[in-house]
Design a protein around this ligand. Structure first.
Ligand code: NAI
Ligand code: MG
Length: 361
């Protein structure tokens, strides 16, 4: 198979600590499965770069990474020095928009050794594997549009508006992705997040396109819930869900809630994907730069490592993805005696845990 080029952008804070472990494990998997990978490391998309150059990324960032097969991303943000909306809009959000990464995909899976904050109805703890779902979020349009404005500022007549944009192209492509994903899963169950009772123009359209797409996938069991009760179900019976598809706003909320139901933020991964492969896709942990723990080498590297596994899957190496995931599960199992970082009840360092996973693989 041809060489795959990975652009590595560690970013800020603990991004710089977890990224080496992400690369270590992806590299170990590549050697095990005979995947030819080249890692190109860039120091931009960081406050360190911004401090010297006045912006988070160089003007020619698209030329520098646009030809890569994937972007392996750490975290951005250094709130002490720069406002979060500035750092985010100068980096991560540019990738999502300009590289048309229209799918945001997040798995939520309860891992061994992690205590889920949500228990069963009878009060007993949820067991590993009992929560195992994917949240598919539309990542380019919907409620997060720049169409709107503000008038009569500061007067009694002040008005603000911001429009939801749904295009048939945009809606259909995310629905198709979700149906295709559900097709590959054992349960073959897809849930549609909606709010067509209250948002009476765009959401009925979303439901209509969902129903239309469902006709092409007769093997998939489908259902739909309004977003309000859906969030309650996530907490009360997360085991019910398999794949959940949602618009940008609802997906944003569900893709934090889902992983939150499975324990620590330190292990959750996220993919910003351009399934058409016109542009590189970006793989990152869910967490941010965590300034409160940066510099101590205690951040959990599993979110970064799992994101690396999703990247290998996207590059056509499901075997490598599955091997990394089962290794993470083995290492997290309390019976393994493997090192754990403090967020999951241990005393080990970021490096110890990364090395343990690479070695076990
Ligand atoms: P955060 O995710 O960085 O941290 C939240 C809490 O979780 C902190 O107490 C932190 O210590 C802990 N935590 C996070 N990752 C961990 C890990 N791997 N292991 C152990 N504990 C971990 O979110 P916060 O504090 O709201 O934001 C900090 C900065 O990160 C801000 O500048 C924010 O804008 C940025 N951010 C960037 C994201 C990205 O690059 N995709 C996502 C979220 C936040
Ligand atoms: Mg969010």
């Amino acid at each position: 198979m041809s060489k795959k080029r990975i652009a590595v952008l560690a970013g800020d804070g603990i991004g710089k600590e977890v990224m080496p472990e992400g690369v270590r494990v992806v590299d170990a998997a590549a050697r095990k499965f005979g995947i030819d990978l080249q890692f190109d490391t860039f120091d931009w998309s960081s406050w360190d770069y911004c401090e010297k150059h006045g912006q988070y990324m160089p003007d020619n960032w698209k030329d520098l990474v646009g030809g890569h097969d994937a972007i392996f991303f750490g975290a951005v943000g250094w709130p002490e020095k720069i406002a979060d909306h500035t750092s985010l809009w100068q980096s991560l959000l540019l990738f999502r928009r300009d590289f048309d990464q229209y799918i945001n995909l997040r798995p939520a899976r309860l891992m061994p050794g992690i205590i889920a904050p949500v228990v069963r109805r009878d009060g007993t703890p949820r067991q590993p594997g009992e929560i195992d779902m994917y949240i598919v979020r539309e990542n380019t349009e919907g409620e997060y549009s720049a169409v709107g404005g503000r008038m009569f500022n500061g007067t009694e007549r002040e008005i603000v508006m911001q429009e939801t944009i749904m295009s048939r192209h945009g809606v259909d492509r995310v629905l198709k992705f979700a149906f295709e994903l559900a097709q590959k899963r054992a349960k073959k169950h897809l849930t549609c997040a909606t709010k067509s009772n209250g948002i009476a123009i765009t959401m009925p359209y979303w439901d209509e396109r969902f129903a239309e797409m469902a006709r092409k996938y007769p093997g998939i069991k489908t259902d739909k819930f309004h977003i309000d009760i859906l969030t309650a179900h996530f907490v009360q019976r997360p085991d019910f869900f398999d794949v959940v598809v949602a618009t940008n706003l609802f997906g944003d909320i569900l893709s934090d809630l889902g992983p939150a139901c499975t324990g620590t933020i330190g292990i959750a991964p996220s993919a910003n994907m351009n399934p058409d492969r016109t542009f590189p896709s970006l793989f990152e942990p869910v967490h941010g730069s965590a300034p409160d723990i940066y510099g101590k080498n205690i951040a959990n590297p599993i979110g970064q490592i799992w994101a690396g596994a999703m990247m290998l899957d996207f590059l056509g190496h499901k075997d490598a993805h599955d091997a990394i995931l089962s290794t993470i599960e083995k290492v997290l199992d309390p019976k393994s005696g493997a090192p754990k970082t403090p967020d999951i009840g241990g005393k080990a360092s970021t490096t110890d845990l990364g090395k343990a996973i690479a070695a076990a693989l």
